[in-house]
Write a protein that binds this ligand. Structure first.
Ligand code: X2X
Length: 335
């Protein structure tokens, strides 16, 4: 965070004499960490937040976005710790990347928990969402609002995938939480954990066969250009984004600025969720036009994946919290 004086001087702009005393006002600049840049909905959410805060505070608060997890040298799973310790002031972060430090966030990564967008909303917009925010708060970061990275789909360079048997032996790059190692191991794949910064080079050299990410990421990052010609729409999980603030920074703000910052985060998050959902069908069409073979699953094929990954619930439900999982399932059932 940088604090710099901003002098407002009503001086002789039009050749007039000084008509009012010069007074100083404090402006503050805060760093905002993201993994993806504003070429992606994720980075756009952060830029929207910055824009709204700047506008509404009339320049008193400036948010400077640092994409590509550069504030943690690309190691996205260290973002939460860096925020807690004050190396980062704010972030728009994926639940996946914070889940090593906040185990409750693994809820969203339970395979096939959320069948559709309404199911994501049933969690984030209800009591379960509040409990998740309380867990983040307890671990040392102030959560303000939700955004969305999106449903993560599976791509690979080898062959079409429409059942667990097709995943056997595939080297798949997975993200932050060890839960993903369990999901892909349950499917018989050979998962390896790496940061997004390392994933594209590994796909290019063929060190790995596959990856999973939302359609927007597959499209904008041109994952098709590194040999990922097969894409299965299995919607096995979605990662929401969380707008968060370092606690010390939060406590240093006036009540008015806290409200301003949080309302801007809520508005930027709602804007981004709507935008990224509305772009999905065009994005899919673009991906198909590029020659990627897209596989959609029949209900039976989908069920085979659900059955094959059921064991992940046994292992992870106690770590996430049995009550929390049950509450999320009830909220989804009632959506
Ligand atoms: O690393 C990924 O796959 C990404 C960009 O989606 C996240 O940060 C969760």
């Amino acid at each position: 965070m940088r604090v710099k004086p901003l002098a407002f001087a009503l001086t002789a702009a039009l050749g007039m004499a000084l008509t009012a005393p010069v007074f100083a006002q404090e402006t503050r600049e805060f760093s905002v960490s993201t993994v993806l840049s504003d070429a992606f909905p994720w980075g756009q959410a952060a830029e929207k937040w910055a824009e709204l805060v700047n506008e509404r505070s009339e320049g008193r608060m400036t948010l400077k976005v640092y994409p590509n997890a550069q504030l943690v040298s690309g190691d996205q799973t260290r973002e939460f710790s860096a925020m807690r310790s004050g190396l980062i002031d704010m972030a728009v972060a994926s639940t996946i990347n914070w889940s090593p430090q906040v185990p409750e966030l693994n809820l969203f990564s339970l395979p096939f928990l959320m069948p559709d967008e309404a199911a994501i909303d049933a969690i984030t917009q209800g009591g379960t969402g509040e409990k998740l925010f309380a867990a983040i708060d307890k671990k040392g970061v102030m959560p303000l609002a939700w955004g969305e990275n999106g449903f993560r789909e599976l791509s690979n360079s080898k062959h079409p995938i429409d059942g667990p048997e097709d995943v056997q032996g595939l080297k798949v790059r997975v993200v932050g939480s060890p839960l993903f190692l369990d999901t892909f191991s349950a499917l018989g794949a050979n998962p390896t954990q790496m940061s997004w910064a390392d994933a594209k080079p590994a796909l290019t050299t063929g060190a790995i066969d596959g990856q999973e990410n939302p359609l927007s990421v597959f499209d904008v990052a041109r994952v098709d250009q590194v040999g990922q010609n097969h894409l299965t729409l299995w919607h096995y999980m979605a990662d929401p984004l969380i707008f968060g603030v370092n606690k010390k920074v939060w406590k240093s703000l006036s009540e008015e600025d806290k409200t301003l910052l949080q309302q801007a985060a809520i508005d930027a998050g709602a804007w981004e969720i709507e935008k990224s959902r509305s772009e999905l069908s065009d994005t899919l069409a673009t991906i198909k036009e590029r020659g990627v073979e897209v596989t959609e699953l029949t209900p039976e094929q989908h069920q085979a994946f659900v059955d094959a990954t059921a064991e992940v619930y046994q292992k992870w439900t106690p770590r996430i919290g049995a009550e929390l999982v049950a509450e999320a399932q009830a909220a989804i059932a009632a959506r």
